[in-house]
Design a protein around this ligand. Structure first.
Ligand SMILES: [Zn+2]
Length: 403
């Protein structure tokens, strides 16, 4: 090597090292700033299924668990200040069963709260959320996912309100006698005895408005969606749905629906479930399952329920599982889409942790929320707008629904 090259090397190598160091420092600074912003903001997620997925199966979420996506330790790590816990049972719980089950799930949440008075407290108003968060505790709110749990009775609606319910999803995947679901309106339309809200359904919405129970329009069919918006006098919530234009599944919202929620002053909380974000995810998952028939057969025997089976299948093949998941940037695309369509005031977070099989790469549990703040900063969202997305918008809707 000539002296000239040695000299150039002496200049270039330290310069390169310096540039690398600078880039590393910038990333570290960026991450530290994002974390600080995240810790200061009120982070409010509107949909978590841990009660039905873990608590009702006997797990104590007071401790750090090695299963599931959620426990109190991880919620605190993820900087989650307020969480709507979903009360859920499927449509097979009919009259005489569904309301009782909802009460048992609420009992289980209250037991967790009583065991951990220094870490979590029940909130039934925006004011209570603020005061619980100021005490550095998690504000727990109750959302009932499926109108079948009131068993066609307004007194049951009142009773669940008295226990703390502050939103009710008008339907889950199953329709009720008074409201039709997205699944039924799109797949079983010819078998429906009615479509949208009946007269009793409109009465339910009006009673929810009176009490201060937010009308949640996740899971409902389009007819029910527009019928409910025509009746409600308060801003609505869509607790865990994403964007149809980016992933055309019946559970996601079309552009006109997003615009209608914005006109109502409501909020759409984006679902993190891979199949609601990425139109190719289910196909990749099916191919992966088909490529491992022995694992599939043995796990299907152990876990006959689809969600349980898929969770365990993906856990058995961690590297392959990561490779078929979409990146976090796709989740941010869904948020960004809503912001560009109607503005930053109508979007929030409704992850569906413990209610879905797979989430974007690196987003495996409730500790991952700070990554969203970091990604929004990278897309040049202002701290003020990020605070709205993380929880400010949901707080506005909660406040507007207070009686
Ligand atoms: Zn759901």
């Amino acid at each position: 090597m000539s002296h000239k090259w040695i000299l150039l090397g002496c200049i270039l190598i330290p310069a390169l090292a310096c540039a690398q160091q600078q880039a590393h420092k910038t990333t570290t600074n960026h991450r530290a700033y994002a974390l600080k912003l995240h810790r200061q903001a009120l982070v409010f997620d509107t949909h978590n299924d841990v009660l039905s997925e873990l608590t009702m199966k006997g797990y104590d979420i007071s401790h750090r668990l090695s299963v599931g996506n959620t426990d109190l330790v991880r919620l605190q790590q993820g900087g989650v200040d307020a969480q709507f816990f979903s009360i859920w049972c499927d449509g097979s719980y009919g009259k005489g069963q569904a309301f009782a089950w909802a009460n048992r799930e609420i009992d289980s949440l209250m037991a967790i709260i009583h065991r951990n008075p220094d870490r979590i407290a029940l909130a039934t108003s925006a004011h209570q959320v603020d005061s619980i968060v100021a005490q550095h505790k998690i504000a727990a709110l109750i959302g009932v996912e499926g109108g079948h749990m009131i068993e066609d009775r307004l007194d049951y609606l009142d009773s669940l309100y008295k226990r703390g319910m502050r939103y009710m999803t008008l339907t889950w995947n199953n329709s009720t006698d008074w409201a039709t679901s997205a699944v039924d309106e799109t797949r079983n339309a010819d078998r429906l005895s009615h479509k949208g809200l009946t007269a009793f359904g409109r009465e339910v919405v009006r009673r929810m408005n009176q009490l201060g129970v937010i009308v949640d329009l996740a899971h409902v069919g389009e007819q029910t969606f527009y019928d409910a918006l025509a009746v409600t006098s308060k801003p609505v919530l869509v607790s865990h749905s994403s964007v149809y234009a980016l992933d055309p599944v019946a559970r996601n919202l079309k552009d006109d629906q997003i615009k209608a929620v914005a006109r109502n002053g409501g909020v759409i909380c984006v679902n993190f479930y891979d199949a609601f974000l990425d139109p190719q995810f289910s196909r990749r998952l099916d191919s992966l399952i088909a490529a491992h028939p022995r694992l599939r057969d043995s796990l299907q025997q152990l876990y006959p329920e689809t969600m349980d089976f898929q969770i365990h299948f993906l856990q058995a093949l961690p590297q392959a599982a990561e490779s078929i998941k979409p990146p976090l940037s796709l989740l941010i695309d869904h948020i960004d889409y809503i912001v560009k369509l109607v503005g930053v005031d109508y979007v929030g977070l409704g992850a569906d942790f413990d209610g879905a099989e797979a989430f974007p790469r690196g987003m495996n549990d409730v500790t991952a929320y700070p990554l969203i703040t970091e990604a929004l900063l990278k897309r040049e969202y202002s701290p003020e707008d990020i605070r709205k997305i993380l929880g400010g918008n949901v707080m506005r809707v909660l406040r507007a629904n207070d009686p």
